[in-house]
Design a protein around this ligand. Structure first.
Ligand code: CP
Ligand code: NVA
Length: 308
């Protein structure tokens, strides 16, 4: 399987190339910390970053990463381009590819990112989050687990909360990396069944369990992962979800139920402190949340290096 043009889903990439991204991310991180310059062989490339939803980490880390590589970025919101309203997505793609060397898009419908990727045939398109997937986040998460646990292999990773874009992306990662994945959600909030079906097709030995009971799910966990209970675009449901998801809060008592003193806690951020995660846990000794946030930049820079 040749390296894909785009980075839309972890499932599209083979395990070797995904490991290359992580190794490159860690190597560039080390070099950067030593004060080395990372300018690529062909500096001066321009990355358009299109945002239809708010962002701190994704925007800043992509814009800084391309600058570190000797390129530059162009921040575009839907106010300017009106993707699909002012102009057809395929036309936007075909114009943008004449101007820039790569596109990162954060949008609602996953199909929007796919349409851009299909029509911008000469440049890579990177998924900076859709309602379905958030692959760059999970690459940074895998890097963080590798750094803190010395590897990814055979880690028991337990995701608690909504079966959303993060949960779906974890399933894709489980298809490509040798770890055990548990998704623990209230009944009715399962991850996307088509993502799971595809992951099982890619990896018939997928190590995946769906467990509703948090205490049972976290038993033996090396990694606890959580995310907001209402994602961007689901703000109307936030109050109702707060009640439904209460038992899934990552708090000290649940963390102790892993039975492992060295288990680590990750959260993609932004966090709703006091909802899906307590202050005690996010600020506690087992939290690696801010290393994880930093790694967004390193993982994305590695992706940019390979695709651009
Ligand atoms: N984790 C993440 O994607 O953060 P932002 O929404 O701030 O980009
Ligand atoms: N599931 C969250 C992730 C934010 C990084 C959302 O889509 O809002």
């Amino acid at each position: 399987m040749a390296m894909p043009k785009d980075f839309i889903s972890i499932a599209d990439w083979n395990s070797d190339d995904l490991v290359r991204i992580l190794e490159l991310a860690m190597d560039q991180k080390r070099r950067l910390k030593k004060g080395e310059h990372l300018r690529g062989e062909k500096p001066g490339k321009v990355l358009a970053v299109i945002f239809h939803k708010p962002s701190l980490r994704t925007r800043v880390s992509f814009e800084v990463a391309i600058t570190q590589l000797g390129g530059s970025s162009l921040y575009i919101t839907d106010k300017e381009i009106g993707l699909g309203s002012r102009e057809a997505p395929q036309d936007v793609a075909r114009v943008l590819e004449r101007y820039v060397d790569g596109i990162m898009i954060r949008t609602f419908a996953h199909e929007g990112a796919l349409t851009l990727a299909r029509n911008a045939t000469s440049i890579p398109v990177i998924n900076g989050l859709t309602d379905l997937l958030h692959p760059c986040q999970v690459m940074a998460d895998l890097q963080t687990i590798w750094e803190h646990k010395g590897g990814i292999e055979d880690q028991r990773i337990v995701y608690l909360g909504d079966g959303n874009n993060m949960a779906n992306s974890w399933i894709n990662a489980a298809a490509r990396f040798p770890f055990e994945l548990v998704i623990c959600n209230p009944s009715g909030y399962e991850p996307d069944p088509s993502v799971l079906e595809n992951a099982r097709k890619i990896n018939p030995n997928l190590r995946y369990e769906n467990i509703n009971d948090p205490a049972q799910a976290v038993d033996g966990a090396d990694v606890l992962y959580t995310d907001v209970w209402a994602s961007m675009g689901q703000e109307d449901e936030a109050a109702a979800r707060k009640e439904i998801f209460k038992p899934y809060q990552v708090n000290q008592s649940l963390l102790e139920k892993t039975g492992k003193k060295d288990s680590i806690v990750l959260h993609c951020l932004p966090a709703h402190r006091g909802d899906e995660i307590t202050d005690e846990v996010i600020d506690g000794p087992q939290s690696v949340v801010f290393d994880e946030a930093e790694n967004r930049m390193h993982a994305q820079r590695a992706i940019l290096t390979l695709v651009m």
